[in-house]
Write a protein that binds this ligand. Structure first.
Ligand SMILES: C[S@@+](CC[C@H](N)C(=O)[O-])C[C@H]1O[C@@H](n2cnc3c(N)ncnc32)[C@H](O)[C@@H]1O
Length: 263
């Protein structure tokens, strides 16, 4: 894989280990409901889930829009499209969710189709975040909302991994992200794209059970694939984090930026 397009290619093709880790990483729990509150999801709405991954969020959106609503789920990974189709069907929502395999950053939807577009942890990967915010504004009806949720990777923190070691791992894995500081930048992109109102919240809950250890393993993998890393530091970070998960001392923080932009 070329490092220039790695941020996209590593989603089009996902190695089996990482694919399995995502089943853990993206599972929905009640703790995540707060992430959706500003979107004001309601029964009867037509909602997009942009970059649906294995489909946990699509199921949550289907519950919220009810029988009278509809969810349009999109992803660039063929396996995630299959998993989302299977997950919505096994939850009894096959009729209210359409799943589409995206080929580029344009949406196969007519102008003014949606009441809401939710994009969770995907803006960091799109080719051009400003162009994406403009494309979302095209497909969302006047008065509708785009709700973008994302990390700011320079603000991630782990303990007992040292900040210095973590920064070395992060720097050698940055080819995995198009816009690593997307969290702080989304408001500016949304304003520039011409939304009438843009609100921002940040939710920062410590994660101590080890779910974020999956993320550390992914980052170690990206660094190794980049081939310009310091293996001793990468391995030390993985070992320290792994021991901390086992002995219960693992601490992680990954603030989530919630940008809700009204068309
Ligand atoms: C970190 S995962 C988030 C999955 C899901 N939104 C969630 O939060 O559970 C990123 C997802 O975005 C997809 N993706 C990455 N780049 C994309 C793009 N340019 N357009 C659409 N989907 C993309 C990936 O295939 C992957 O499913």
């Amino acid at each position: 894989m070329s490092l220039d397009s790695y941020y996209k290619d590593h989603w089009v093709e996902i190695e089996p280990d990482r694919l399995d880790r995502y089943e853990d990483q993206f599972v929905w729990g009640p703790g995540r409901d707060r992430l959706l509150e500003p979107a004001e999801l309601r029964v009867g709405q037509s909602v997009a889930d942009y970059g649906c991954g294995p489909g946990y969020l699509s199921v949550e959106l289907a519950k919220r829009v009810g029988e009278a609503g509809h969810v349009h789920a999109f992803d660039i990974n063929a396996n995630f499209v299959e998993r989302t189709l299977a997950r919505v069907a096994s939850n009894g929502f096959a009729d209210r969710v359409t799943v589409t395999h995206l080929q580029n950053d344009m949406l196969p939807l007519a102008d003014d189709t949606l009441d809401r577009l939710v994009i969770k942890n995907v803006m960091v990967y799109v080719d051009d975040p400003l162009a994406s915010f403009r494309e979302f504004r095209r497909v969302v009806k006047p008065g509708g909302k785009v709700h973008a949720i994302d990390s700011d990777f320079y603000m991630t923190a782990f303990d007992p991994v040292s900040p210095e070691d973590w920064r070395i791992v992060l720097d050698s894995a940055l080819h995995a992200f198009r816009t690593p500081a997307i969290g702080r930048k989304m408001r500016g992109f949304a304003l520039e794209a011409g939304y009438t109102d843009v609100q921002v919240q940040v939710i920062a809950n410590p994660e101590t059970t080890g779910r974020m250890f999956n993320f550390i393993q992914n980052m170690a993998g990206y660094a190794r694939e980049g081939g310009q890393h310091d293996e001793e530091t990468v391995q030390r970070v993985v070992d320290i984090a792994s021991r901390a998960v086992e002995d219960g001392t693992f601490f992680s923080l990954n603030p989530q930026f919630l940008v809700t932009a009204t068309v």
